[in-house]
Design a protein around this ligand. Structure first.
Ligand code: ZN
Length: 468
């Protein structure tokens, strides 16, 4: 008689690292936004790549679905398991295997918390530039599996662009060791890019070689008050030209974002004397000291003179820099406290962001009078968090019932503008139907063939990414 799967898992990772009690499972079944609630046979917490491989092989033999999970901070339900699945948590795969300040590389296991990688890079005089709201608890395997973006994509690229090599456990339990630290490697299909952004549907990333950069020693941060989003485009281009392309963040905040922050977030302060319709957080950084301040000041002086900017403040200390960032970082939290939010994580060509905001705002306001548009985020790379806050005093549940209708209006505009309906959060469960609607048939066909080639039984994170 064959051993039950849970017993086999315990034999592989140790009984202490196989969870089956409801209270132990609970944190792995819930997700950030509370949109889904999962169910699972067990959570396995392997401590090495070999153990991950053995766990996945045992699940393959038993015909059980495998749901990889990192920090469980995803926003689209990509890590939520269905009944009978085994959650494979990477939390014990948390070693930094190597760091090389000459190659500018770091080799990390999938369960390393993003902030721990940033800290290790800094201690070696380097920068690991991936930076996002959840960095204190998200894990790099999940960042890579969702091709995470964040606030530094403009200068350093998204997670995909920071990967040199990967180690992956395949759905049949084999291990692909692609941990090469090469900048050049033209030897056929680049397999690592299949697994980045696949959200665990093709295998489990267990380790990665990542790119590092020289650590900046000069950082200049400004908050610029703007009459409209279009003014930000010229300002960004001018700042890039004047600084030797040293703009590392370019974040847009609407007045309502600041207003909600002032109402709901302790310690937030409006640095200007009067309100302005829009704000741009502009940050320049360089590993070469000197010059950025002058460049930024001259760009801002020109913008103030031409009317592209209405006012501006420059951070004079690390504390002031933090205070300016807090204005941007408080927006999601403030929106949450204000009531229901219907969210869109979309992108268009950077030059078309103002047009997108104008079109989408007009369309949703016409469809749902009183809705409050909070469009903020990564203007520098074309990614807008086009979030809708419920009308003041409205019923939250009634507003959230409009989710799909609002999605349709906004995503149709994004599609008409050659944009993307998921810029940096992924697909998970949340946007599977949008894949069916907005991806070309030929794209979906190729994706399904890749899925069938790597995971013929469809056991890796089923129900995610690809529409049935
Ligand atoms: Zn974002």
């Amino acid at each position: 008689m064959s051993m039950p799967l849970v017993d086999r898992l315990a034999a592989i990772v140790g009984a202490a690292h196989v969870l089956t009690e409801a209270a132990d499972l609970a944190p792995y079944l819930a997700e950030e936004r509370g949109l889904y609630h999962g169910s699972a046979l067990a959570v396995a917490r392997p401590g090495s790549t070999a153990e991950v491989a053995a766990v996945v092989a045992a699940c393959a033999e038993a015909g059980a679905a495998v749901v990889p999970q990192g920090g469980n901070t995803g926003l689209c339900g990509g890590g939520v398991p269905e009944a009978g699945a085994v959650v494979v948590s990477t939390e014990r795969l948390n070693r930094i295997r190597a760091i090389d300040p000459v190659d500018f590389t770091i080799t990390v296991e999938a369960g390393c918390v993003l902030a721990a990688i940033q800290d290790a890079a800094e201690a070696a005089g380097c920068l690991f530039p991936l930076s996002l709201g959840a960095e204190g608890s998200c894990r790099i395997g999940g960042n890579l599996s969702t091709n995470a973006g964040g606030v530094a994509v403009l200068r350093y690229g998204n997670a995909r662009e920071l990967v040199l090599g990967l180690e992956v456990v395949l759905p049949d339990g084999r291990v692909w060791n692609g941990l090469k630290a090469l900048r050049k490697n033209n030897t056929g299909y680049d397999l690592k890019h299949l697994f980045v952004g696949a959200e665990g549907t093709l295998g489990i990333i267990t380790a990665a070689v990542l790119k590092l950069f020289p650590r900046p020693c000069e950082v200049e941060t400004a908050l610029v008050a703007l009459p409209d989003p279009a003014s930000a485009l010229g300002l960004l281009a001018a700042a890039r030209r004047a600084s030797g392309d040293a703009v590392t963040a370019c974040e847009l905040v609407p007045r309502i974002g600041l207003d909600l922050g002032l109402a709901h977030v302790a310690g937030l302060r409006d640095p200007f004397e009067r309100p302005h319709p829009w704000y741009l957080l502009l940050e320049l950084s360089s590993s070469r000291p000197g010059g950025l301040r002058t460049a930024l000041e001259s760009v801002l002086a020109e913008a103030l003179e031409s009317g592209a900017a209405s006012d501006a403040v420059l951070a004079e200390s690390g504390e002031q820099r933090k205070a300016l960032w807090k204005i941007r970082e408080s927006v999601p939290e403030a929106q949450k406290r204000e009531g229901g939010s219907i969210k869109h994580d979309v992108s268009v060509a950077t030059s078309r962001v103002p047009e997108f905001i104008a079109r989408a705002t007009a369309a949703v306001e016409a469809a749902l009078p009183g809705v409050r548009v909070v469009a903020f985020g990564h203007l520098g790379d074309g990614n807008v968090h086009f979030n809708l806050t419920q009308p003041a005093g409205a019923d939250k549940a009634g507003f959230l019932a409009e989710w799909e209708r609002m999605n349709r209006i906004v995503h149709d505009i994004v599609a008409a503008m050659d944009g993307s309906v998921s810029a940096e959060h992924g697909i998970g469960r949340l946007k599977v139907a949008e894949m069916a609607r907005y991806k070309q048939d030929v794209e979906l066909d190729l994706m399904r063939r890749i899925k069938a080639a790597l995971d013929p039984d469809g056991r890796m994170n089923p129900g995610k990414v690809l529409p049935p």
